[in-house]
Design a protein. Structure first.
Length: 441
């Protein structure tokens, strides 16, 4: 049985946006045998853009059922069916998120008619639902409404079944775990029951000792991929020792990266070859001399002052400092690299701008801030804390407990050690994820 699904949402972000209309057409491989469609009260305003696109307004959904009201129907119609949608990843993610808000797990096998069309109907100008249906002569009524798009998807799916039924059935019913070369001592049920959520996972031996730590946006998918395809060469012996898989959900990918880093540092699993703990002993420190010039010095790390950059050795710090001096025309004297000044003297203001530019890639734009990102459920948000350019740790907080004095954010954070790797992870994340909320202080 196939459950052909289409959703209309308050936006294009399955993490933050909400369901406002859904249609499910149960298909037995020959015809539709059951139909369900309804508007859904999203609990949030609908933007003017979405209103213009779909025609669905706040007034139309005001008296509609909430997702909690229809959740049992959605579960019943999809639980023994293959989840089919055009761009299935989005519709599936929306429903997973809605169920997560109810503290329920939603996990189904999926088929995407976009991908199937690309394989079975190659060479089309576009694989968007509207354009593909026009090219194939499939009528679409009420475009960008859930029932109209679901019916068009059914027609497209039936065409695909006629074109390549064997291919579709093989791709569906050959479960990714069926016939997989699993570790001898790892039960299939343990792997199959892993969550399709973001977090950190631990591969354990028969004494529950950690062999390997990894992170993933989809823990189940990543573990299956690793244990069935990647355990070769130096990892081959790992396969014989895996008895169990544990995990910790984080919600936020950034928190997953930071937790993975710390857990590998703390537990030093013997199969995490590429993430061995580094011991940082030296650092480049910034000072200001009596004339107002910023100077840079290599010193042993100390707990009283944060280094601009930490390195594993004095020679590594010296190499980096020489490169910075050459790239940004810094005074070798003020970098502790020479006894005589090889650069014409500038005013402190002009020279200090050069130093600040040289150090910019090692610092945040603002030294004190919190990053509020995705939580483990609808009821919380993750909080990552940086103070004085030092990573302090992360935690979770209910949105209604965020107070203006910021003390609530500090109190929810569990301390974790800072490191150059943690700072680099956060800096790279901030460059990519501008949609996360940033609270500076």
């Amino acid at each position: 049985m196939f459950a052909v699904v289409d959703t209309e949402t308050t936006g294009g972000n399955p993490v933050k946006d909400r369901l406002m209309e859904i249609a499910i057409l149960l298909h037995d491989g020959e015809k539709v045998v059951e139909e369900f469609s309804t508007l859904v009260n999203p609990g949030v305003p609908i933007s003017p853009f979405i209103v213009s696109l779909t025609g669905i307004t706040d007034e139309m959904v005001a008296q509609a059922p909430t997702f909690a009201d229809i959740a049992d129907t959605v579960k019943r119609m999809t639980e023994k069916s293959i989840f089919v949608a055009h761009n299935a990843r989005f519709d599936y993610a929306i429903l997973r998120r809605e169920f997560k808000r109810l503290n329920e797990r939603f996990q189904r096998k999926q088929l995407c008619t976009v991908h199937l069309s690309q394989v079975l109907l190659p060479g089309k100008k576009s694989y968007s639902l509207g354009k593909l249906c026009r090219e194939m002569g499939i009528p679409v009524q009420k475009r960008h409404r859930a029932l109209g798009d679901a019916k068009a998807t059914v027609s497209l799916f039936e065409l695909l079944l006629r074109t390549g039924r064997d291919y579709i059935l093989r791709s569906v019913f050959s479960d990714e775990l069926e016939g997989a070369d699993l570790p001898t001592h790892l039960p299939l049920e343990t792997v199959d029951d892993l969550p399709e959520e973001t977090g950190v996972y631990y591969l354990l031996d028969n004494h529950l000792q950690v062999l390997y730590i990894g992170r993933a946006r989809n823990i189940r998918k990543r573990v299956i991929e690793q244990i069935t395809k990647e355990l070769v060469n130096e990892y081959e012996s790992l396969k014989d020792h895996i008895y169990d898989v544990h995990y910790e959900l984080t919600g936020s990918e950034l928190v997953a990266q930071l937790l993975e880093l710390e857990e590998i540092r703390r537990l030093t699993p013997r199969f995490n070859f590429t993430r061995r703990k580094k011991e940082y002993r030296y650092g480049i420190y910034e000072r200001t001399d009596a004339k107002g010039f910023m100077s840079l010095h290599i010193e042993r790390l100390n707990s009283q002052e944060a280094a601009v950059v930490e390195t594993v050795s004095y020679s590594a710090a010296a190499r980096l400092l020489r490169k910075l001096a050459a790239d940004y025309l810094l005074d070798p004297c003020l970098c502790g690299l020479a006894k005589s000044n090889g650069i014409p003297m500038l005013s402190p203001e002009v020279y200090n701008k050069r130093v600040s530019q040289a150090l910019r890639k090692y610092r945040f734009d603002h030294p004190n801030f919190f990053i509020l990102s995705e939580g483990r459920s609808h009821h919380d948000q993750s909080v990552i804390w940086v103070e004085n350019n030092i990573y302090r740790g992360f935690g979770y907080i209910e949105p209604e407990n965020i107070e203006n004095d910021l003390q609530s954010l500090k109190d929810c954070v569990k301390p974790y050690p800072s490191s150059p790797e943690a700072i680099r992870i956060i800096r790279n994340w901030m460059r990519k994820r501008s949609r996360d909320e940033l609270i500076r202080y």
